[in-house]
Design a protein around this ligand. Structure first.
Ligand code: G3P
Length: 218
């Protein structure tokens, strides 16, 4: 499973990249605003800064919701750096934009996916990635992981090349469950990745090894 980090924070992207396990970055307008990045040029510059840290795909989201606007914005974003993936919302014109970019060989990520039908439609339009939001489904009493499993079954039935990018990952258990059900990619906060490191027996075991080594070397 590929690991993406879901943030626009350059320090956190660098920390994950330095671990050597990062495969890409996803952002959205809320994450950019959270970092205080506003104004079109600053936003474009920030995407370039992210691409200079990460080796992998970097999702950059369009703001327009009409076909012409999405194409205009997406082309500007795609021209910024070869690693840019144009992130398109799941709306009717978005499907047309996915097809347009797919035909031009530009990578896309269809965001705000909450049903298997939406994922199927985006895959039919040639999306590179679909982003089902598992945490937001869990928040309202649905099982986000069931949606990942359902999309996995559909994509496997027809051998769609579109990759499932589990988004709105909130914690380490989400990461592990995504791997169990066969998500191609997960994108989560740095904490969800670093949580994979932890077990109290690892910590106490290491402390014991180091203490025993120190005793034997007195
Ligand atoms: O990639 C989409 C993701 O950022 C949404 O996460 O935590 O705002 O539901 P969240």
């Amino acid at each position: 499973m590929k690991f993406f980090i879901d943030t626009a924070n350059l320090e956190q992207i660098k920390e994950a990249q330095d671990l050597g396990i990062l495969d890409g970055v996803t952002t959205n307008p809320s994450l950019m605003a959270k970092e205080g990045i506003t104004g079109q040029q600053n936003i474009l510059d920030h995407y370039v800064n992210i691409c200079e840290i990460s080796d992998g795909d970097v999702s950059a989201e369009v703001i327009s919701t009409d076909f012409e606007g999405m194409v205009r914005e997406g082309e500007i974003l795609a021209a910024l750096h070869p690693n840019i993936v144009v992130k398109i919302p799941m709306v009717k014109d978005g499907i047309k934009a996915l097809k347009y970019f797919s035909d031009k060989g530009i990578k896309t990520n269809c965001t705000l996916i909450f049903t298997a039908g939406q994922a199927l439609l985006a895959a039919k339009a040639g999306a590179t990635y679909v982003s089902p939001f598992i945490g937001r489904l869990d928040d309202i009493g649905y099982d986000g992981m069931e949606l990942i499993a359902q999309i996995r079954a559909i994509f496997d039935n027809y051998m769609f090349e579109t990759e499932i990018l589990a988004a709105s990952v909130r914690n380490t258990m989400h990461v592990i469950r995504c791997a169990e059900v066969g998500s191609d990619v997960m994108t989560g906060p740095l904490s969800s990745i670093l949580g994979l490191l932890k077990h109290p027996l690892t910590e106490s075991g290491l402390a014991q090894f180091l203490a025993d080594h120190a005793k034997g070397n007195k």
